[in-house]
Write a protein that binds this ligand. Structure first.
Ligand code: AMP
Length: 281
């Protein structure tokens, strides 16, 4: 497995893969790997081609009061984990490599960036869209793999690819969970044991909503209120939002008549956790 630190090293690597007739499969990450990340890498590998993973904690997508400085990092551990699932190369750039002095361009996917996490994390999705477009231009992948855990991010990248005519196939991958249902996240390390136990309420609330839809409930407000009540019953949970929206446009719906996203963001102490599920009538 190769460790690439500069843009020109990645370009050279990509040229070699193409010359060898291999497709390039790309998994962008912020590192501190867990099974969720590894599931994307395994999928990228199973699809054939050369697999490249980026590890970059992108300052542009963190707000002033967010966790950029304490975001967990362990490159050595990540390197071993990536190697164990057959990754061919890691792109691990310095911030100055991605944003050299004088850098000034940002990309905005206008409507999809506004609701849900866009409301509480101003500028977050501009940071995401900008870094992903840069990474796509550097890596020139044929396919890129994104987890449905960050559903809004996935939709924004799909729209970016469509709007900018990028010749890249976006592959959505299912949410990987702990045995008790908590969605895996690098940020779960922030949780105290009490908060970790309490955080299972997220998945339980989503499962309740899913069961309601399965037994015929179509009223979005009832689903939203039901999830909200379940979360609010957990004393350690501080709710940021619960929303029931169209799974494509991310606009609020009144009734579940098309694929519908139930999305939530909840603070447990210092950790802001997100989770979601897509329900279909
Ligand atoms: P991150 O390092 O948190 O930016 O995540 C990198 C990629 O892994 C993104 O596409 C995430 O959606 C995906 N990912 C993170 N957690 C999970 C999970 N629990 N299940 C599936 N994919 C995930």
């Amino acid at each position: 497995m190769e460790i690439l630190r500069t843009v020109s090293e990645v370009r050279e690597w990509a040229r070699r893969q193409r010359t060898a007739g291999r497709a390039i499969h790309f998994v962008p990450t912020m590192g501190y790997f867990h099974e969720g990340h590894l599931s994307l890498m395994r999928r990228a590998n199973a699809d054939g081609g050369a697999v490249i993973v980026s590890i970059f904690v992108n300052p542009l997508q963190f707000g002033a009061n967010e966790d950029l400085d304490r975001y967990p990092r362990d490159f050595e551990r990540d390197r071993l984990m990536a190697e164990s699932v057959g990754v061919d190369a890691i792109f691990y750039p310095e911030v100055s490599e991605m944003y050299p002095p004088g850098y000034q361009t940002e990309v905005r996917v206008k409507e999809l960036s506004k609701p849900l996490c866009g409301r509480s994390r101003l500028g977050h999705f501009e940071g995401v869209a900008t870094v992903v477009l840069k990474l796509f231009n550097i890596v020139t992948p044929d396919r890129a793999y994104f987890g449905m855990k960050d559903y809004q991010q996935l939709r924004i990248i799909e729209q970016l690819v469509q709007d900018m005519n990028l010749p890249i196939e976006i592959v959505p991958c299912p949410i990987v969970r702990e045995p008790d249902g908590l969605a895996m996240s690098s940020r779960n390390v922030y949780l105290t044991p009490e908060e970790r136990a309490a955080a299972t309420v997220l998945y339980r609330s989503l499962q309740w909503a899913q069961a309601q839809v399965e037994s015929g409930e179509r009223n979005a407000l009832k689903l939203r209120e039901g999830v909200y009540e379940r979360l609010a019953a957990e004393p350690l949970a501080r709710i940021d939002y619960v929303e029931v929206v169209d799974a494509e446009t991310l606009q609020p719906v009144e009734r579940v008549v098309r694929p519908t996203l139930i999305a939530l963001a909840v603070f447990f102490g210092k950790a802001r956790l997100i989770d979601n599920c897509v329900v279909c009538p």
